[in-house]
Design a protein around this ligand. Sequence first.
Ligand code: ADP
Length: 398
Amino acid sequence: MRNPKAQPTLASSQDGLVEVSASEGLLRSILATVPDAMIIIDTSGAITYFSAAAEQMFGYDSQEVLGQNIRLLMPEPDRERHDDYMHHYLETGQARIIGIGRFTVARRRNGEVFPIQLSIGEAGTGQDRVFSGFVRDLTEREEARIHLEELQNEIAHVSRVSAMGTMASSLAHELNQPLTAIANYVEGARELLNNPNLDNIDTARQALDDAAQESVRAGQIVRGLRDFIGRGTAERRVESLPRLINQANALALIGAREVGIDVDLEFDPQAESVLVAGVQVQQVMVNLIRNAVEAMETSPMRKLSIRTQRLSKDFVTVSVTDSGQGFAPENMDRLFEPFFSTKGEGMGLGLSICRTIVESLGGSIWSEQTVDGMRFSFTLLSADTEDSDDGPASDLSG
Ligand code: ADP
């Protein structure tokens, strides 16, 4: 589109007035196939070219919009102001958008306003001067971003819920203190009231006050717990395992591509559906993938492989294998313990959360050393109705 002559000729060829040369033919076929919509307007703002992708994106036929003002494709307030923008530019040459491009919104025929990325170029002079706009529909990207955010929120939530399992014992300990204190104060008060002189009554009153305070403290701990858990526990339903994995992967690998990780996915068609709480499985996957990515930070070869496999009638296995630093075999059985970490800033909760989740879903999780790294595998309940060929149903269910 650098050739200033090309656009006006192209515009007139719309009307079939000009014979289409070979290079124009090529240009037109390119324009017909690029996913971005292309629109050309003249200096009055009238549309002179509307590509096939533009027709699709905006829902207008090119015949309907040719000659109409470009405002048609804008929501307010741009719709009202666009003529002024153009006058301003034509008079002053001060570009606000031309040659710069920006993220903005456009309006489809059905009134829907959608996010776009707009790049505008300019060609020709005087009467022949035209502006060409390339429009990229960002609706899907925006939806994906929102979806990712929702997913992150959910995962953060599940993470809190699962961390609860790990924290249960320390919380029990916390609660035990005020409860023991209450029992002692009440007991003491009762003893004192066996001999109800003024002094004893006074001390008993004090003890009961203290008991009341301790029960308030216990209440605060319980309330803190409830806030911590937030919403209820996640529901189980039939989910597509590849879909869950792909989503978790997208989340966990944010930034990982830049560090050159080669990701290999292999999904067994017989391990398609699982009966799970989807976000919990994603939580497990995100933890395992992040650990794998961290373990490969210093490796020359970074290969992450995620596999699903139908294990038996009732179970599927998911495995995450990395080519990272590996792990000392003598400590292998400590990996899943809460607060076990070899990382400076590690909480040591990730794998113990994974185990809590997997076991609560009726599966099991284990780790093994591979030739050049580690593999973490876990099982989930299969929801595929067709039986697998191999293995009896009872492999892991006992
Ligand atoms: P954290 O990541 O906070 O340390 P985790 O429970 O997720 O907690 O992991 C516990 C420990 O297990 C890690 O500190 C690390 O030593 C080891 N580990 C986990 N995943 C891997 C892996 N893929 N390769 C090697 N070691 C791992």
